[in-house]
Design a protein around this ligand. Structure first.
Ligand code: TXA
Ligand code: MG
Length: 319
């Protein structure tokens, strides 16, 4: 299959929307990372997502919609959802809510769970595309399963060229980290830290989030430890590079690449996957990484780094 590269023009968006309408696979930019999108109502198209990513099929997908009313057609909405959506949508926040009956979605999207993860992305190209397509778009990050998430169209091509119908190039992703996932089936729960820090979410809710623990893997599919892995090994909390290592720095350190010389966590999040991609193409077998503060977006950055650094048992490496 030839992967078409579409420009961020009205023509490009129209062509991208046609790819989705025909049951094709389209990689598109969101403000978090590039998504690998398919019509969420089309079983065959959704199945192709799993095939292209080499993703285990028990891992459910996030559905992207253009409006709150489109979300309300798919899930059982709540007052807490109204509060969070009013403040943080469109944006890097995903809500998990009970699925409505007769929702029209492919059962593959939710991996048969009774709940659905849903969000309205903020990236203007993503919004144009969702408006024009007019239906729900299932999209995991547009990378082969277990690899680093893509934040440029070039990353998408590097991982999935020939496996997908098209990619629409919207430049760099502004946030650079996947969305923060909040479970709202019971008490509001942080299921995955991400591009929106939990502080503002808790302020909006007026209560702390319950924290989901990484060991509860069955409750939060996709929270496999060695997600986001580059080919090189990672050594975390490194104060300097040892011989043969490259250093991914944070703060005022002599680094091969720096997440943020000024210790700005938003800048660091935006650079994280791009810098890991770049260092992973160098010959070095080990990427040493400076310590990152465990506050605000630093929590999500540390979460991604720990997964990337985790030992990779064969059972996971095969995913
Ligand atoms: O920023 C993002 O969220 C990006 C862009 C493309 O929107 N998408 C993304 O999708 O990161 P993905 O598939 O790589 O991660 C989705 C996560 C997985 O960990 C999955 O297990 C979890 O969401 N998830 C999906 N549906 C769920 C559900 N019903 N309950 C709990 N977790 C769910
Ligand atoms: Mg992913």
């Amino acid at each position: 299959m030839q992967t078409a590269q579409l420009p961020a023009t009205p023509h490009g968006v129209a062509a991208a929307s046609r790819v989705l309408a025909k049951g094709g696979l389209l990689a598109f930019p969101t403000e978090t990372v590039y998504g690998l999108g398919a019509d969420a109502r089309n079983d065959h198209a959704v199945a192709r997502i799993f095939a292209a990513k080499g993703r285990p099929s028990f891992n459910p997908l996030i559905v992207h919609v253009a409006s709150i009313s489109a979300a309300q057609a798919l899930v059982v909405w709540t007052a807490v959802a109204t509060k969070l959506a009013a403040q943080f949508w469109p944006g890097p926040m995903t809500l998990v809510l009970p699925l409505k009956p007769d929702n029209g979605l492919s059962a593959l999207v939710t991996a048969n769970l009774p709940s659905l993860a849903i969000r309205i992305p903020a990236n203007p190209l993503a919004r144009d595309l969702l408006d024009q397509f007019g239906g729900p778009v299932a999209a995991p990050s547009a990378n082969p399963s277990g690899r680093i998430s893509p934040t440029t169209a070039r990353h998408v091509i590097r991982g999935l060229d020939g496996q997908i119908d098209a990619v629409i190039d919207g430049g760099d992703c502004a946030v650079g980290l996947e969305s923060t996932i909040i479970g709202l089936e019971k008490t509001p729960t942080l299921l995955r830290p991400g591009g929106l820090a939990s502080g503002p979410i808790e302020a909006c809710l007026g209560q702390p989030l319950t924290h989901h623990h990484i060991s509860d893997t069955l409750n939060a599919p996709g929270q496999m430890r060695s997600h986001y892995a580059p080919t090189a090994r990672l050594r975390l909390n490194a104060t300097s590079a040892r011989s043969g290592e490259v250093l991914l720095g944070f703060g005022d350190v002599p680094a091969d690449l720096n997440l943020s010389a000024s210790r700005d966590l938003v800048e660091a999040a935006a650079n994280l996957f791009r810098h890991l991609h770049t260092l992973d193409t160098r010959a070095s077998e080990v990427i040493a990484v400076s310590p990152i503060p465990k506050t605000g977006l630093g929590l999500a950055i540390n979460d991604r780094l720990q997964r990337a650094a985790a030992p990779r048992p064969e059972s996971e490496a095969a995913l």
